[in-house]
Design a protein around this ligand. Structure first.
Ligand SMILES: [Zn+2]
Ligand SMILES: [Zn+2]
Length: 169
């Protein structure tokens, strides 16, 4: 409620102008998408080619809270050299932008979205052999119906329905 994607895009584009000016760089052409269906990641910046970028902002984040921090974080990716990731080149830009806009953009996202995207959200452990199966998708059969799974090392007879499910995030 009260969330207006058009207004959010206008504000994001204004931030883009201000960031370009602050960094003294040629303004990037950004295709904004505030309807990205991502729950675990707040935003994403994709280099389309030349000075064109696509920035996706999670729809659920946009509806729930202020996206300014995430928008600035992703803009820093667009202005950092290609392939910088969250390395020193990106961080130098993020520090400068963060200071100017009064937002801490290096901490929140760099840790959260990267750490989260590398971590499985759940795991199944076989109590017989101790093998741990990592689960990456909430929609997976192994997650939804874990009571009907078994360990491929120990076989159905010994481990059917015994796997221990742990939700990690
Ligand atoms: Zn990032
Ligand atoms: Zn096993």
């Amino acid at each position: 409620m009260g969330y207006d994607a058009r207004k959010a895009k206008k504000e994001a584009e204004k931030l883009n102008q201000e960031v370009a000016k602050l960094l003294g760089k040629f303004q990037r052409t950004i295709d904004w998408d505030f309807s990205w269906k991502a729950n675990r990641t707040h935003g994403k910046c994709v280099h389309v080619g030349g000075s064109r970028y696509k920035i996706l902002i999670s729809k659920s984040l946009a509806e729930e809270s202020d996206v300014r921090n995430t928008v600035l974080h992703e803009l820093c990716h667009a202005y950092a050299p290609t392939g910088s990731g969250h390395g020193p080149n990106w961080k130098a830009i993020a520090d400068k932008v963060g200071n100017a806009f009064g937002e801490n953009i290096t901490r929140v996202s760099s840790k959260k979205h990267d750490a989260d995207s590398r971590k499985p959200f759940a795991e199944l452990e076989c109590p017989v052999c101790g093998h741990v199966y990592k689960l990456w998708k909430r929609t997976s059969y192994a997650y939804k119906d874990s009571s009907r799974c078994w360990c491929s090392h120990c076989g159905k007879e010994r481990s059917y329905g015994k796997l221990i499910k742990r939700v990690l995030r």
